[in-house]
Design a protein around this ligand. Structure first.
Ligand code: BG6
Length: 465
């Protein structure tokens, strides 16, 4: 075997509540911002679809856990839907919603699959959004209370907690590009929300420690390395800025409890620097994570000449459409002329994952890392009852090779969670962009293992390939 992984390496797959559960009105669940956004703006979602059914995992979780076991997974990353436990975000616990997660964690425990649980994967209770969302300190308090409830209810079976999934991507799209709810384009608000969310993360970590709960707590960050597109010094500066705004602004407070000085100064110049309370600073300084979850899909290549601010995300899977991301006067991302791209315009660059893991390790040498998401969206099709997704196998193999290289270089990477277990509701991309090990038939919701599922099972069993 050429690539043997360390003993106990977690072979997992990941999902998120809103993307797989469906059953949005079942058993007293309250609406989330995404339920409302999809209902009110079908024109913004490919195919005008909604997450109302998704994979119906809410009713089919037992079958899904059986499949995980049969296909050799040792870990499952999922998120809890806050509005299932607290339909309006705070107030009394919805016991029926909690009962679903009791059933799910019992099934995972019985199957010997370790749950890695994210508390917040973007499905903010709508009622909290209507009261000011993350900018209202009451939302932060409600999040901490919700987190404490989860630790108390599920802590006997869950020992791996992540507070937030990808705050950077959520805030970037919610408050800057306007693509995700609440669909604002307001840089000052984006910065305010970023510190509120990071403060909520820190306070949830504090609550976990003060509660004396067993296990580990961390956060999941989306970290796309940013490379200068040319050797021009101005492009190097642009890359550093982009990296600062998108990555370091989130990574530094999480790893070191303080904000990057260059970006703080930039926000001061733009008069959008946030106001932090002494308790914000203290909570962040104390909230050292036990591990970091890294989501990696693609890198960026930056140039300095950005005359205007513009954003475009390819949600059609039409190769002729390019993704656009430019912030006037700061940076613009360009395509890599020699790069390989998916149909949705995301570059395939496994080396980026190696660079990322290495860099984080240099910054925090002993911090255990998990690749909490990595995968490729394809327009998979069933032919003669089978899904032959060789492109996914190649993608995962190359990225696992990068992980293996990082481990060999001394980086403590403890597990890999493929995005995703199931073809699911891919946010703005609707259902056409498929990521699963298991194909989900949209009419019958039948699960069909793809070629990648059989391949991944062998890798998990052999602990390498
Ligand atoms: C990550 C998210 O940003 O990327 C997942 O945590 C998401 O929820 C995944 O599905 C892939 O992105 P997309 O938009 O192609 O579904």
């Amino acid at each position: 075997m050429e690539y043997r992984f360390p003993e106990g390496f977690v072979w997992g797959a990941a999902t998120a509540a809103l993307q797989v559960e469906g059953a949005l009105d079942a058993d007293g669940r309250g609406p989330s911002v995404w339920d409302v956004f999809c209902r009110e703006h079908p024109e913004r979602i490919f195919g005008g679809v909604t997450p109302a059914v998704a994979c119906d995992h809410y009713h089919r979780f037992a079958e899904d856990v059986r499949l995980m076991k049969e296909f050799g997974l040792t870990g499952y990353r999922l998120s809890i839907a806050w509005p299932r436990l607290f339909p309006t975000g705070d107030g009394p616990l919805n016991e029926a919603g909690a009962a679903f997660y009791h059933r799910l964690f019992d099934a995972l425990t019985a199957a010997g699959i370790e749950p890695h649980v994210t508390l917040f994967h973007w499905d903010l209770p709508q009622a909290l959004a209507e009261r000011g969302g993350w900018e209202n300190p009451a939302t932060v308090a409600a999040f901490v209370a919700y987190a404490q409830t989860c630790f108390r209810l599920f802590g006997d079976r869950v020992r791996r907690w992540a507070t937030f999934n990808e705050p950077s991507w959520m805030i970037l799209n919610g408050w800057l590009t306007g693509l995700h709810p609440p669909a604002w384009r307001d840089p000052a608000a984006a910065v305010r929300v970023s510190t509120a969310v990071l403060g909520a993360h820190a306070r949830a970590v504090r609550a976990f420690r003060e509660g004396g709960h067993l296990g580990a707590i961390g956060i999941v960050l989306n970290l796309s390395p940013v490379y200068p597109a040319t050797e021009r010094p101005e492009d190097a500066t642009a890359a550093q800025r982009a990296d600062g705004i998108l990555n370091r602004w989130f990574r530094r407070p999480v790893l070191h409890g303080s904000f990057p000085e260059d970006i703080w100064a930039l926000y001061e110049d733009c008069r959008i620097a946030p106001a932090l309370t002494p308790d914000d600073r203290q909570a962040l300084a104390e909230a050292r994570p036990d591990f970091l979850g890294v989501n990696y899909y693609y890198p960026h290549h930056a140039v300095a000449d950005a005359a205007e601010t513009s954003f475009h995300l390819n949600i059609t899977g039409d190769r002729r459409e390019d993704c656009v991301f430019a912030l006037a006067g700061l940076f613009r991302f360009v395509k890599n002329p020699t790069g390989r791209y998916t149909d949705w315009g995301w570059e395939i660059y496994p080396e980026g994952l190696y660079d990322l893991l290495k860099n984080i390790n240099e910054e925090r040498p002993d911090l255990p890392l998990f690749v909490t998401e990595n995968g490729i969206g394809l327009a998979d099709r069933v032919v003669d009852g089978r899904v032959d997704d060789q492109a996914r196998i190649a993608f995962v193999r190359e990225h696992l090779q990068a992980v293996h290289r990082a481990i060999a270089a001394g980086v403590p990477v403890r597990g890999y969670f493929l995005w995703s277990l199931l073809d699911n509701f891919s946010w703005l991309n609707g259902y056409r962009k498929r990521y699963g090990l298991f194909f989900v038939d949209r009419l019958t919701l039948r699960r069909i293992p793809k070629a990648s599922a059989f391949w991944y099972r062998e890798v998990a069993r052999a602990n390498g390939f």
